[in-house]
Design a protein around this ligand. Structure first.
Ligand SMILES: C[S@@+](CC[C@H](N)C(=O)[O-])C[C@H]1O[C@@H](n2cnc3c(N)ncnc32)[C@H](O)[C@@H]1O
Length: 285
């Protein structure tokens, strides 16, 4: 499969499914990611904004005289950017590969009265436009796994993030590279990758290598898997549906997403995949 085809597939996947995600999915607030029921989280709103709140905490630690500039790599409809802006004064840029999401993001930004502070661009985070304003903090929530080249992603962030600035990735990671030799695990991992158009399912060690080559040192990582709600009643229903449809699910974009999501649930519950939040700081040049 050529890279060009894959990026078009991801684009059309989000162009066609975003409205549906927002209507039927987890969130009325525009988040297209899973809720995190960590200790102290008392309701769905907090669970959906758990990662956004971790970003806010880090921003409060930045000792900058000016308003911090943040970049969301794979921003969906700018839900995280708008939430962060409502908590802390920042300037921000969101990048999404989907033009439909970009329209919805701009609408959300305007509706919230943040058009002077936030912007959204349609583009590829592996090939960012030149001359973007340098970021104090860049983050990517459930988007990095789509990167067609993890090396290209880190090459971009190393020139985007200021020395001393932060990079945060919240995503799914392979628990152990030896699982690629395990036939049963491999079958489910491949289902997840096919269904969710995943190109960069990396192990912790692999991503650490990319990050350190790009000049980032790890500050913190949190395994969020125990805080996901797995095996809800709707997941049993989806599991039944996918058993009936099998690979035919891949013919419809919506069922393709359910097919990948079902496989991901299996991989998470078997601990073949971990859902993690990793924070790095860019070392000074
Ligand atoms: C699961 S959604 C997460 C959206 C958002 N981060 C959130 O949490 O609501 C994945 C996002 O990654 C974006 N994406 C995937 N590949 C991309 C790429 N190469 N460049 C820019 N955005 C990309 C999609 O357009 C989508 O916005």
């Amino acid at each position: 499969m050529s890279n060009h085809t894959l990026s078009e597939k991801i684009q059309s996947f989000y162009n066609q499914n975003t409205e549906l995600f927002l209507k039927l999915g987890h969130s009325s607030e525009g988040s297209i990611h899973r809720s995190i029921w960590a200790y102290g989280v008392s309701d769905r709103h907090e669970a959906l904004h758990y990662v956004d709140n971790q970003i806010c905490k880090l921003l409060l630690k930045l000792h900058s005289d000016s308003v911090p500039h943040i970049v969301d790599l794979g921003c969906g409809v700018a839900s995280s950017l708008c939430y962060i802006e409502s908590e802390i004064s920042v300037t921000g840029l969101g990048i999404t590969i989907s033009e439909e999401q970009c329209k919805l993001a701009k609408h959300r930004i305007n509706k919230n009265g943040f058009s002077e502070k936030l912007q959204c661009l349609q583009g590829d985070f592996c090939k960012l436009p030149k001359n973007l304003e340098k970021a104090d903090l860049a983050f990517s929530i459930e988007a990095f796994v789509h990167a067609q080249s993890a090396g290209a992603f880190f090459h971009q962030v190393s020139s985007l993030v200021k020395p001393g600035g932060y990079l945060i990735i919240c995503d799914d990671f392979l628990a152990d590279e030896s699982l690629l030799e395990n036939k049963k695990a491999q079958r489910w991992l491949n289902r997840f990758k096919d269904g969710w158009l995943v190109s960069s399912l990396l192990s912790h060690q692999q991503i650490m290598k990319y990050a350190s080559q790009a000049g980032f040192k790890k500050i913190e990582s949190q395994n969020l898997t125990p805080y996901l709600k797995l095996n809800r009643p709707r997941d049993y229903f989806i599991s039944l549906l996918i058993k009936i449809l099998g690979k035919h699910s891949l013919k419809s974009r919506y069922f393709q997403m359910l097919y990948g999501g079902h496989a991901l649930q299996k991989c998470l519950s078997k601990q073949w995949i971990n859902h993690e939040l990793i924070i790095w700081q860019r070392v000074n040049d």
